[in-house]
Design a protein around this ligand. Structure first.
Ligand code: NAI
Length: 353
């Protein structure tokens, strides 16, 4: 943050964790903002905490519903600044013409793609099990058999920023890559040496499937009982996108029959109560999550794919710049249009409907 803004703006920062404070305070070295850190999620019960602030800053498990937007508006909030890329938890239609919503569209696709690759390698070579085994003095290999990624087929759903980074990594392993995207990028496919196919083909041919599309009504439960049935026996499924891309109950059934070889989940449909919190001294009451955690061939990480030093610094910097730009000149470079989910049209004051 290099430039000054005319008056110190107050930011109500929800779902604040110590690492958020560390990176946002570092990005706001000159204390141009008054950042009020609140531990609770933003929802209809907590929105009033923002009273007196100019901006709310929210994250992936905050609920920015029509009700919440109304409360924020009534209490003087002028901008919703998401400190993430996804925005499925924001009622953009309700916010339209009421309050702009900005986000951080590309803080580090490498961070997310590298985490997806970490899940693939860990699950395939059973590193999570080997780690525990040798620490217990057990140096046997039974049950740790993996497969060569070289020559296998990866199926990538969503070839945006993260999908493309992961494809580059998987091509480095010598994998064949099939992809599906609602808006295929033919020039990219030719240059990267990948093929776009329909979803049925991707499910049928992929040995490793990784999800990198946004959560929308079209992609909700894109992995479900029917699509699971069309997959290769023993397939590995990786989800670092959004939890609701996968029907977790259907996944559990397919894991129990052995149809699915393994699953790496950085996101979970009902994660909002648990992820980013410590339940180690209490219990997980969500039976679906608890069941997922029992499988030796399932790796769950708690929405940490984004969590690198580079990504956190970029998130803090872009979020504060978004806020500064808004108050400096009304320029909203990362504002989301509720119709298309892109930033471009609103920037020209031409919403696409
Ligand atoms: P992006 O916007 O660059 O790419 C998304 C791609 O999905 C685009 O190519 C788009 O055309 C495609 N797409 C849209 N609708 C589709 C559909 N119905 N079927 C198939 N493809 C469709 O987004 P980016 O940065 O690559 O991120 C992807 C997703 O990853 C985000 O939407 C977010 O939900 C998730 N994410 C997760 C993080 C984590 O920490 N686990 C961190 C950052 C993002």
């Amino acid at each position: 943050m290099t430039d000054m803004i005319s008056m110190k703006k107050s930011i109500a920062f929800f779902d604040a964790k110590p690492y958020d404070k560390k990176f946002f305070d570092a990005a706001d070295l000159r204390r141009l903002f008054d950042i009020r850190y609140f531990a609770p999620h933003l929802n209809a019960d907590t929105a009033l905490l923002a009273k007196g602030s100019d901006v709310v800053c929210a994250f992936v498990n905050d609920i920015i519903s029509k009700d919440v937007i109304g409360i924020l508006k009534d209490n003087g909030i002028k901008l919703i600044a998401m400190r993430c890329a996804g925005y499925n938890n924001v009622d953009l239609k309700a916010s339209f013409d009421v309050m702009p919503v900005v986000r951080v569209p590309d803080y580090s696709p490498h961070a997310v793609a590298e985490h997806a690759a970490a899940l693939i390698l860990c699950l395939n070579r059973r590193i999570h099990r080997a780690y525990n085994r040798v620490r217990d003095g057990n140096f046997t290999l039974d049950g740790l058999l993996g497969f060569d990624l070289f020559g296998k087929t990866a199926g990538i759903v969503g070839t945006g920023k993260v999908g493309k980074c992961l494809i580059a990594i998987l091509k480095g392993f010598g994998m064949r890559v099939l992809a599906y995207d609602a808006f295929p990028d033919a020039a990219y496919a030719a240059q990267a040496g990948i093929s776009y196919v329909d979803l049925a083909t991707l499910w049928r041919e992929a040995d490793v499937i990784s999800l990198h599309c946004p959560l929308t009504p079209q992609t909700q439960h894109v992995i479900n009982a029917t699509t699971l049935a069309g997959m290769k026996p023993g397939v590995m499924i990786i989800n670092t996108g959004r939890g609701a891309l996968v029907d977790a109950k259907a996944l559990i059934k397919a894991l129990k029959t052995g149809k699915i070889g393994s699953a790496g989940l950085d996101v979970y449909e009902e994660e909002s109560k648990y992820f980013f919190e410590d339940f180690s001294a209490s219990m997980v009451n969500d039976d679906v999550l608890a069941r997922l955690l029992t499988f030796p061939n399932v790796l769950v990480t708690a929405h940490q794919a984004f969590f690198t030093a580079e990504a956190m610094a970029h998130i803090a910097d872009t979020t504060l710049n978004n806020i500064k730009d808004f108050f400096d000149g009304g320029f909203r470079p990362n504002e989301i249009c509720y119709q298309c989910g892109k930033e471009c049209l609103k920037k020209q004051n031409k919403p696409c409907f």
